[in-house]
Ligand binder design. Structure first.
Ligand SMILES: Cc1ncc(COP(=O)(O)O)c(C=O)c1O
Length: 410
């Protein structure tokens, strides 16, 4: 079965000319152009916005470095920008402010809960994956106030941020060369006298590696640690794993919270995400707040009410396609790896991942394709909006660029 490019590209389809011009588009200082009297002259405003739109289209056409699905179509939802939708407070407890999207929030969350086989769950739609990680780890600390946070060296920086914000003692565990946790190092660092709060990566940022729940549980068992809390960071991979390896990680196992970004695999014009956990863990935390008429269970007070509507809408449109989308991203990533390897470039592509890691190319290529880099490595995160032709163009650019083909990091 082939994906219909119409579905994937939607209204974001770009002319060849736009793609060609993407790198040349001017990045003048918009503010200085508007001065002194933009509001008095709507044609200046129009042309300025039009310029900006073209810039965005160009940059969207040549993007390969971050895990964002840039193809989506939400035109049907534009009428809702006329409303100040705010899910102030708990998603399940109506607030006195009635211009909300709680129904859509609950429905969207129910989709993720079913995907991860949760029974008695609670969750909310966050501003991003980072907020989900902060929330999950805060809940870990509330569950085990004397716990120690263990997270691999390849974990996203939001994990260390959570440790800092919430004053959780933080032990950094070595990673293996492929980015997965080093379980032997984990065992050696585990303190058997204190509860363990563990960040389990469902797809690391740079290498897309998935930590092995079974091995983590085995190490906890060996140290006879019965009190533990496992938070799963599935920013992108949380939407790949259930389709590429059904049942590998879900709430039938001893995990306690899960964070996924909404703007990554699903795709959304603004950042958003979800966090899910067991209902009984949150019940302990909830405080009734008279001012909002709801419960204070979320990190933020005011919460973006459009995000639930957008996620819900994407889920309704595409949930029957998610499996195919995940498989297609993974197979395009395999093709990319093979193309690069055929011309002698060493690459890494982990299981259940669409992240192809390779030696960092020249700065020109890094800039042009908006690659994220770390030391001597860079990656392409293959997403739904990447056509074969586009990836071919990337390989051509890469080959013209200067790179050191002997990275020492994988
Ligand atoms: C593994 C991982 N966790 C968390 C995040 C943070 O997600 P967000 O950018 O949605 O805050 C990222 C972002 O790339 C990530 O790769």
């Amino acid at each position: 079965m082939q994906l219909n490019p119409e579905i994937l590209v939607g209204d974001n389809s770009l002319s060849a000319e736009m793609i060609d011009n993407a790198y040349e588009i001017r990045t003048d200082n918009i503010i200085s152009k508007t001065q002194p009297a933009v509001s008095e002259n709507s044609s200046i405003l129009d042309s300025l916005l039009n310029d900006y739109k073209n810039q965005l289209a160009g940059k969207t056409a040549l993007h390969a470095g971050y895990p964002y699905n840039l193809s989506f179509s939400y035109e049907k939802l534009s009428p809702f920008f006329e409303f100040a939708i705010n899910n102030l407070g708990d998603p399940f407890v109506a607030s006195n402010y009635k211009i909300d999207s709680r129904y859509f929030e609950q429905e969207a969350l129910a989709f993720f809960a079913e995907l991860y086989q949760m029974q008695e769950w609670w969750g909310y739609i966050t501003t991003c994956g980072t907020e989900g990680n902060l929330y999950g780890l805060l809940l870990g600390r509330e569950t085990y106030p004397d716990g120690i946070l263990y997270a691999s060296n390849d974990s996203h920086y939001s994990i260390a941020k959570a440790a800092r914000f919430f004053k959780i003692p933080h032990v950094v565990v070595n990673s293996q060369p492929n980015g997965e946790m080093d379980y032997v190092d984990f065992l050696s660092r585990l303190d058997s006298s204190r509860p363990a709060i563990i960040n389990l990566n469902v797809g690391t940022t740079l290498k897309g590696a998935v930590d092995d729940l079974e091995q983590i549980l085995e190490m906890l068992e060996r140290k006879r640690i019965k009190n533990f809390y496992i938070h799963c960071d599935g920013a992108l991979g949380g939407m790949l794993l259930p389709y590429l390896a059904p049942g590998k990680i879900n709430f039938n196992g001893p995990i306690h919270s899960l964070a996924i970004s909404g703007h990554k695999f699903i795709g959304c014009p603004f950042p958003c995400g979800i966090v899910l956990t067991h209902k009984k863990l949150v019940d302990k935390l909830a405080t009734n707040i008279e001012y909002i008429g709801s419960k204070d269970t979320t990190l933020g007070g005011s919460r973006n009410g459009h995000a639930p509507l957008f996620l819900w809408y994407a889920i309704q449109q595409r949930k029957h396609l998610f499996q195919l989308e995940a498989e297609t991203c993974a197979s395009k990533a395999t093709d990319l790896r093979e193309r690069l390897e055929r011309v002698g470039i060493s690459c890494l592509l982990n299981s259940y991942s669409s992240t192809v890691v390779f030696p960092k190319p020249s700065n020109t290529v890094v800039e042009k394709w908006q690659l994220s880099t770390q030391g001597d490595l860079a990656h392409v995160v293959v997403m739904q909006n990447h056509s074969d032709e586009l990836l071919e163009r990337f390989v051509a650019d890469y080959l013209e660029s200067h790179y050191d083909n002997t990275p020492d990091s994988f």
